[in-house]
Design a protein around this ligand. Structure first.
Ligand SMILES: CC(C)(COP(=O)(O)OP(=O)(O)OC[C@H]1O[C@@H](n2cnc3c(N)ncnc32)[C@H](O)[C@@H]1OP(=O)(O)O)[C@@H](O)C(=O)NCCC(=O)NCCS
Length: 222
């Protein structure tokens, strides 16, 4: 089967969860562990603790929201390991409104956004696109180009929910392997990926600002 993000199959997949939006009862992520113990992703009522989150496919008008969230998460994630100049250049380039606007206009990219239903504030997103990692690639490979959850919402299951959305859509489109590149010092994300079934498939040099960084390439079958 030929896999393609611009195949009719992919675009007919409005929402892997079955509607145009997936409502999730999302407990206050700032108390992640408590919420996980409460099983917030099921229908268990959490009273005042419940927050409704929607995961939906992005619209062209989402470029500013994606850029804001990308820049905020970039700073929070790499403040301890990446020099400011590189963070700033990365925010002004790969996390710019223009970059997201370009991706949103491409048929070979798909982007999902998680937002607080009450405010439409963006708190997570995931990007699928053509692989750019240095690896022997197959036609049926696709790359998780980004998965970002706003820092205060970590540990509550939103990352897993975004990933399952991506995995289901990529599988439906005929892709057989999901690749990604992650900074080798981003232990939090690496732990998440391993927990989600990824294994290391190679290494990769990734430019952030003026410097090259050592990344791991990770992969899981679809
Ligand atoms: C990586 C990231 C997307 C994970 O999202 P999250 O919402 O915090 O993760 P979840 O709560 O959905 O966790 C899902 C599973 O992964 C596990 N997990 C999460 N973080 C983990 C870690 N650091 N180590 C081990 N397992 C971890 C959870 O325990 C959970 O397992 P379970 O299903 O058995 O309960 C999020 O931390 C993030 O956006 N980080 C900053 C940006 C970033 O680094 N992105 C990746 C760049 S390549």
């Amino acid at each position: 089967m030929t896999a393609s993000l611009d195949s009719g199959l992919f675009h007919s997949l409005e929402n892997p969860f079955g509607g145009s939006e997936a409502g999730v009862d999302f407990g206050q992520g700032r108390s992640g562990l408590d919420l996980r113990d409460s099983g917030f992703l099921s229908d268990v009522p959490l009273g005042d603790q419940t927050m409704s989150i929607a995961i939906r496919k992005c619209r062209p008008s989402d470029a500013r929201a994606l850029s804001l969230l990308g820049q905020a998460t970039m700073l929070a994630t790499y403040a301890e390991t990446v020099p400011l100049d590189d963070i700033l250049q990365h925010c002004e380039g790969p996390h710019s409104v223009a970059t997201y606007a370009e991706w949103l206009g491409r048929m070979d990219y798909q982007i999902w956004l998680a937002e607080v239903e009450a405010t439409h504030a963006p708190i997570g997103y995931a990007v699928l696109g053509p692989p750019e990692v240095t690896l022997d690639l197959e036609e049926t490979d696709i790359e998780l180009r980004r998965i970002y959850v706003l820092q205060g919402f970590h540990g509550g299951g939103l990352g897993a929910r975004l990933l399952s959305t991506v995995v289901e859509a990529a599988h439906e489109a005929g892709f057989q392997r999901l690749l990604l590149s992650v900074y080798s010092r981003n232990e939090n994300a690496i732990g998440f990926y391993i927990r989600q079934g990824f294994i290391q498939a190679g290494t990769h040099r990734f430019k952030v600002g003026s410097n090259d960084y050592d990344d791991f390439i990770m992969a899981r079958s679809l």
